[in-house]
Design a protein around this ligand. Structure first.
Ligand SMILES: *Cc1c(COP(=O)(O)O)cnc(C)c1O
Length: 467
């Protein structure tokens, strides 16, 4: 399988190259040159498979020759059988006759990002074994990517990780999950700024040859293709259990950077009968505006109780815009350059019409989010976190054939956001025992100004330069 950049002007790479590179050299994102396809018979055969077996089947076409089947199987076993606290890895929980939750939070840091990052850490380690390179991972987090990435690479040979988080804007559990990992290869940086600024700084570091030329940089944000690939798996795993390929299934996805829901789009492209993808946003609603009126324009970020969705620039949307615009890299590069200078673009007709075939969206305000938490607790006995609540409120707000099952992706464990859950339900979720003594452990992080010069100077002092 070959990977091309959405902006059409970077080297074509194999899976190993795309995984290690993260961002493409032209500022674009890597996508497979074509979407693999499963027939209805091949999907039906997945009914008898475990999560690990499903993962190997779904990911093998994307991995191509970069890993043999046995190695891919071993890595999936290590990532999922080894590190998840549930035998189903991503279990389905029924809420009523039409609605299900897909619980993606049984990994070590209590959010869905573990599903992709546990595998990504192992992929990095495997690929680095044949190379004499030291990898410097730089990432930005609104809370959950950081903890999941740090758990996945802490203590691994040949890798350093620098993780930027917006100071004071992540929950206490999220912060402690990052800052109490004291491995010498883990470097936490709290910036005085918001998540979009942190993300823009990371992009600027990759795009600055003076800085990026000195280190072998890689990304763990969902701009890394391997992350999205790992997330396609649970769409198949869930839909097959609810009747696919005969019966179509809809998914409601709490969305920030458009990574998780883009994985659902890829699943549909691969032949999974997806009836609808519901893009659920909070009041930071750039994606809802883009999908309803074609207006992709960034406003100011407003902090909410669902911080992983407090985003105005949604990196992976670029992958969708590329796929819906005839995969014209030059045109997309121009569109994205306009966005980068003016912070606003209009979708083309092809992009709007293409998106409307599969996507719908909803913007959920804080009252409706709180209502969804309370209602789910009272009527189904399930505590859900604020992000999941936004997904559920969105799922119930769109008009769908009642015969189609609707699966809301439960993206975080309620205990990760226990103050917000307690405020809405009156019940305080219990931290699972695998989190251990998080509140007793020592924290370590540096506070750095949100400027390119300050952040790069800080990282350059600690990172391992190219040989
Ligand atoms: C990251 C995250 C999201 C948003 O996912 P994207 O892939 O960025 O769209 C939603 N909920 C939680 C809990 C998250 O950690």
């Amino acid at each position: 399988m070959r990977y091309v950049s959405t902006r059409g002007n970077a080297p074509v790479l194999d899976f190993e190259g795309a995984t290690l590179a993260g961002l493409a050299a032209d500022g674009g994102l890597y996508v497979p040159e074509q979407w693999p396809h499963f027939t209805a018979e091949e999907i039906a055969e997945m009914a008898g498979l475990s999560y690990v077996e499903t993962a190997v089947r779904v990911m093998a076409p994307f991995v191509g020759d970069s890993l043999d089947r046995d190695t891919l199987t071993r890595l999936c076993e290590q990532a999922y059988a080894g590190r998840f606290a549930h035998d189903a890895v991503t279990p389905l929980v029924q809420l009523d006759h039409q609605h299900w939750l897909l619980e993606l939070f049984h990994g070590p840091t209590l959010a869905f990002k573990d599903v992709a990052l546990q595998l990504l850490g192992l992929l990095f380690e495997t690929f680095l074994q044949h190379r004499d390179e030291h990898l410097t991972i730089i990432g930005a987090t609104s809370g959950d990517t950081g903890s999941a990435a740090i758990d996945a690479v802490a203590g691994r040979e040949g890798i350093d990780i620098f993780m930027l988080h917006p100071r004071g804007r992540v929950s206490d559990v999220q912060r402690r999950q990052m800052t109490t990992v004291l491995s010498p290869n883990v470097h936490n940086i709290a910036i005085d700024g918001n998540f979009d600024q942190a993300q823009a700084l990371v992009k600027a570091m990759f795009n600055d040859p003076g800085f990026s030329g000195r280190f072998t940089l890689s990304a763990v944000n969902s701009i890394n293709w391997a992350r999205l690939m790992a997330q396609i798996v649970y769409y198949f795993y869930a839909a097959v259990r609810l009747g696919a390929p005969e019966c179509p299934v809809a998914f409601s996805v709490p969305t920030g950077n458009f990574g998780d829901v883009f994985a659902g789009y890829v699943a549909a492209k691969m032949g999974l009968p997806v009836a609808k993808l519901i893009v659920a946003t909070n009041i930071n609603d750039i994606l809802h505006r883009a999908l309803t009126s074609g207006d992709y324009s960034a406003g100011e970020v407003t902090p909410t109780a669902a911080p992983s969705m407090d985003i105005q620039v949604s990196s992976n949307f670029e992958r969708l815009l590329f796929d819906l615009n005839g995969r014209d890299g030059a045109a997309l590069a121009e569109q994205m350059q306009t966005f980068e200078t003016t912070r606003a673009i209009r979708l083309t007709n092809a992009q709007r019409e293409g998106a409307a075939k599969l996507f719908t969206s909803a913007r959920i305000d804080p009252d409706d989010m709180a209502l969804a938490m309370r209602r789910t607790w009272e009527r189904s006995g399930e505590l859900v976190d604020p992000h999941t609540a936004i997904g559920l409120a969105a799922a119930r707000s769109v008009d769908l054939d009642p015969a189609i099952p609707v699966v809301t992706l439960a993206t975080a464990h309620p205990a990760k956001f226990r103050d917000a859950v307690e405020r809405s339900t009156g019940t305080r979720p219990i931290l699972p025992s695998r989190i251990g003594d998080l509140f007793e452990r020592e924290e370590k992080y540096d506070v750095v100004h949100a400027t390119f010069d300050d952040v790069t100077a800080h990282i350059a002092e600690l990172a391992t330069p190219k040989a």
